[in-house]
Structures are given as C-alpha cells and as structure tokens.
Design a binder for this molecule. Structure first.
Ligand SMILES: [Mn+2]
Length: 343
C-alpha cells in the first residue's frame, strides 16, 4: 500500500532528529492545526522526535479560537527565534513560497504535507502532496492508522472537526479517502464538544462586521460579491464567502478584504467540478498567490507600499479579470444585496 511507503519514508527522514518545528499556514484553520498536532503526536510516538507547533497570524473566527482552547491544542505564536532554535521544519497544509506561510526564504523544510495542488517549487526530503484529499487531516489519519496508534480522544475530535469544517460535513471537495478517515474518527470524537465549537457564543463586533459586510455585497447575474475594506480578522473573508454563496440561484461568490498589509481573496462555487483553485490562480496571476480545489479557493496579494488608489485599482482589476473568466460582461451594473432601510 502506498500509505505504508510514505509512513516509512516520513519516519526515516526524522531519524536522528531531536526537535522539529511544525508550521501550519498563517491564520491557521482547524485543518492545519489538527494536522499539525497529529504529526507531532505521530513523530513523538513513532520516531522519538519532540516538536513545537507554531503559527503566524491570528485565530480570528470564534469557532477556531474555541476549537484551539477546548481541544487544548498546544500551538504557540511563531517568533523569528524559532528558526534559529530548530534546525528542522515541517510545513502542514501549506507549501514553501505558497504565500500563506511565514517561512524565511533561506529555510528549506524537511517535511511538507499538504492537500493543495503541488507548487512547482516545492522540494523537501519528504513531501506528501495529495490534492485528492479534501483535508490534510485525512493524510495524517491515514498515517496514524498505518502506524496502529490509538488516538487520544481530543486529538480524534480535533481531526474529525478539521474534516467536517473543511468540507462542510463531507459535502464539498471530498473523496472516499476523506469519508474513510471520518468514519474511523466518528466513534472516537466527542460530538457534544464539536457542537459547541460549531456554535460558539459570538461577540457584538462579529454581528457589526457582518452587518457592514452585507451592506457592501452585490450581485451580478449568478455571481455574488463583496469588496470589504479592512476586516478585523482575515478568515472573515472566507467565512463571508461561505455564507454568501448560499444565496439562491448563485453559482459563484468572490470576496476580498484587507487585513494589515495584505488583500485576502476567497472564491466559492456551487459547481462540484469547477476548478476554483485554477480559476483564482488565473485571476490573481503574478500579483500574489492562490490555491484551492474544485469548489473553494483562497489567495492573497501583498499591499505594502500601495497607495489607497492603487489598492482600489487592484481590486477593480481582480473583479474585472474574474468577470472575463466567467464570461460576464464587464459593464454589468451591480445590484445591492440588501437595500438600506427607508426612514
Ligand atoms: Mn486544509
């Protein structure tokens, strides 16, 4: 079996290593955090390697914060000193030069495990890139099963939540491998805890941000879009895109939002075979980075040094390029999603 080879290879590259730095992508989501934890657990038990999980950026979504807290995930904020302290690095749910992980150019990772399409530049002593998995968690579950390791209940819960949150309960960009992984995890996961994570208490700022965002949302034929200015956390862009694409008769959704010195972009579609990732890479081009699957894709463009006009122009360009790719006329006039209340 292929998995067997991969597990042995992974353990082999870790031979003689004492400590490893595990990096999920920036502003990590449950898939990247749970998968990082699973790798940490696997290597500790099977290779005697201890590791630290560190991430750059913030956990913005309340779901993600409560996920990390309730499941007691030991991930710390990334510091530049981490790269001096650790001689070996593993990238999880992302790839070097993918634009969404703060890996210094001079650092070559030892391990790269991801489910996004392989970047041409991705090279490491160990790589396992499986774009036909709906979540990186699936790849790690396969290793853990191969290694015949029993899972602590909270790790099983984290991996199960990673799978269902990444795939909207196995409805989006999934294959049989994801379903097998979730079937294995299901009896071990703590479902009441998962329900709490899925429905966290939200603060007022969240509703305020949602209100402002809906006011900036428009439709063009079967596209729904929003150009948010500053957002309070970057994953709000993806969160809003998931929400907006539920509008009846909508087949595409495109949302942009600015956070610090970057523009975050999310693309969603209701077509199961639409190759959203490829489309978004075409739209963004060399301006930034993008990755994704059939139905979901995300990307970033650096905004450092741009004037307000240049930022606007960039957003105009991205929307125009998207219209062209989708065959929408450029001169369509947008319809606001919600009309302001008449006094
Ligand atoms: Mn993922």
């Amino acid at each position: 079996m292929k998995g067997n080879n991969k597990l042995n290879q992974l353990l082999k590259v870790c031979e003689g290593k004492k400590e490893l730095l595990i990096l999920p992508h920036n502003h990590p989501d449950p898939d990247s955090l749970a998968s990082s934890w699973a790798l940490q657990y696997l290597l500790e038990k099977k290779a005697g390697v201890s590791s630290t999980v560190a991430y750059d950026g913030i956990l913005g979504r309340e779901e993600n914060r409560i996920f990390k807290n309730r499941l007691q995930i030991k991930a710390v904020g990334l510091r530049s000193s981490h790269f001096r302290k650790f001689s070996s690095v593993a990238l999880i749910d992302c790839q070097p030069r993918g634009g969404n992980v703060s890996l210094p150019d001079r650092v070559d990772p030892l391990i790269v495990i991801d489910h996004h399409p392989r970047l041409k530049s991705t090279k490491a002593p160990f790589t396992d890139i499986q774009p036909d998995c709906g979540a990186t968690a699936t790849i790690l579950v396969e290793y853990l099963r191969e290694a015949e390791l029993a899972l602590p209940p909270l790790l099983a819960t984290a991996l199960y939540y990673a799978l269902i949150s990444e795939t909207q309960h196995l409805g989006r960009d999934v294959t049989n491998r994801d379903i097998r992984a979730s079937t294995y995890l299901f009896p071990q996961a703590r479902h009441r805890l998962i329900s709490r994570i899925e429905h966290p208490p939200q603060n007022r700022e969240y509703f305020q941000q949602l209100h402002l965002a809906l006011g900036k949302t428009f439709t063009y034929k079967t596209l729904i879009g929003a150009r948010l200015d500053d957002v309070t956390y970057p994953s709000f862009v993806a969160q809003l895109a998931d929400f907006l694409v539920t509008l009846r008769r909508t087949t595409w959704c495109f949302v942009t939002g600015r956070y610090r010195q970057a523009l975050y972009i999310s693309l969603r579609t209701t077509h199961p075979k639409a190759r959203a990732g490829r489309l978004l890479r075409k739209v963004i081009g060399k301006r930034g980075n993008a990755g994704g699957h059939e139905m979901i894709a995300g990307g970033q463009v650096k905004l450092a040094g741009m004037s307000p006009e240049e930022k606007k122009e960039l957003e105009d360009t991205l929307f125009k390029r998207l219209f062209k790719e989708l065959g929408l006329p450029e001169d369509l006039s947008p319809t606001p999603l919600v009309e302001p209340e008449k006094k």
